[in-house]
Design a protein around this ligand. Structure first.
Ligand code: SD4
Length: 331
């Protein structure tokens, strides 16, 4: 008969063995219940404007279209909307009053295309796709990007709204011509999708930080920083202070963490932790920084994490299109 002492001993041993087993024996992913369960097809994108952008992407995905076509169609919605003041047409200018746009795109076969500091073209994502499909290069910037866009039939337009010009002139009065990153003066649409065939793609597009120095690039046109896709593993995209995302090669890191067995949620959390640690090491104030990641794996599971509250993202799958507040580090 097992007496109480023996029972306790056996129970303690058994629970230690279970703990050991669950720690050592199972990949982390199996123990992590924080990532949201997803399905296929599915599309995710950053911020509120992601809802409308997702709806356009969903039109492609629900008809068994390709994730690449879905993400391009999706991000074109805020790009073409003059009321969205941080992407495409209507984007705020740099400190010289010039609207300069950044975008990149990546497909399931690791084809990539990107434009940086592109002026006068309403849909930089379409130019990025043309760089990917119709040029021998992967990245074109500035005047070269514009020349290429014009050669591909894109139309040159004024993108500076009267309203933006007014804001910029106000900014000039008090700014001493010094760009300051803050958490209000920029937003980006990053979109990642998994199609019915199980293929992943992503797109990212922005006007970047408002009143930035002319020629400044953030993370959004940089494959591996603002966007990364590995069709065997998953995809990630970022928003927020591009300088901080570039510092850790953010989206490539998130995908590599998923490759190591982390869930999309845990991968985003670890990437944010890297930024937090580096910010502290560099004696900078974390409160001045916002970075948010969203990630999706090959199974359609997804997650997101950011430095401070206020970041949300939109998810569209067969159960609908909804906005989710991302969890954050600085509570
Ligand atoms: C940039 N990451 O240019 C972009 C801006 C952004 O939310 O996403 N803001 O650095």
């Amino acid at each position: 008969m097992t007496n109480r002492r023996n029972f306790l001993k056996t129970a303690a041993f058994a629970s230690a063995a279970v703990a050991l087993h669950s720690f050592k024996g199972k990949p982390e992913e199996e123990n992590d219940f924080s990532s949201k369960k997803g399905m296929k097809p599915i599309v995710l994108s950053t911020w509120n404007f992601g809802i409308q952008a997702n709806a356009a992407a969903w039109e492609v995905l629900k008809n068994n279209g390709r994730a690449l076509d879905a993400v391009e169609a999706g991000v074109k919605i805020p790009e073409g909307d003059p009321t969205e003041r941080s992407v495409g047409y209507g984007g705020r200018p740099d400190r010289d009053g010039r609207v300069t746009l950044d975008a990149c795109i990546m497909d399931e076969n690791a084809n990539i295309g990107s434009v940086g500091c592109l002026e006068f073209i309403k849909h930089p994502i379409a130019v990025a796709r043309a760089v990917m499909e119709k040029s021998p290069h992967v990245m074109l910037v500035g005047d070269g990007a514009l020349q290429f866009a014009l050669s591909q039939g894109f139309v040159k337009e004024n993108l500076l709204l009267e309203e933006s010009e007014k804001e910029w002139k106000e900014w000039l009065k008090t700014s001493q011509y010094k760009p300051i990153a803050n958490i209000e003066n920029h937003d980006t649409i990053g979109m990642i999708a998994l199609d019915a065939d199980g293929n992943l793609s992503g797109a990212c597009t922005t006007s970047g930080m408002a009143f930035k120095m002319h020629g400044r690039l953030g993370d959004s046109p940089i494959i591996g920083a603002g966007l990364y896709v590995d069709n065997e593993i998953g995809a990630a995209t970022a928003t927020g202070h591009g300088e901080e995302v570039i510092r850790i090669s953010g989206c490539h890191l998130v995908v590599e963490l998923m490759r190591q067995g982390k869930s999309p949620q845990k991968a985003c959390e670890e990437a944010v932790a890297r930024i937090v640690n580096l910010t502290r090491k560099r004696n900078k104030n974390l409160k001045d920084i916002q970075v948010g990641f969203i990630a999706l794996n090959k199974k359609g599971e997804y997650g997101s994490y950011c430095i401070q509250g206020g970041f949300n993202y939109a998810v569209n799958d067969a159960s609908g299109n909804r906005l989710i507040d991302a969890d954050y580090f600085l509570k």
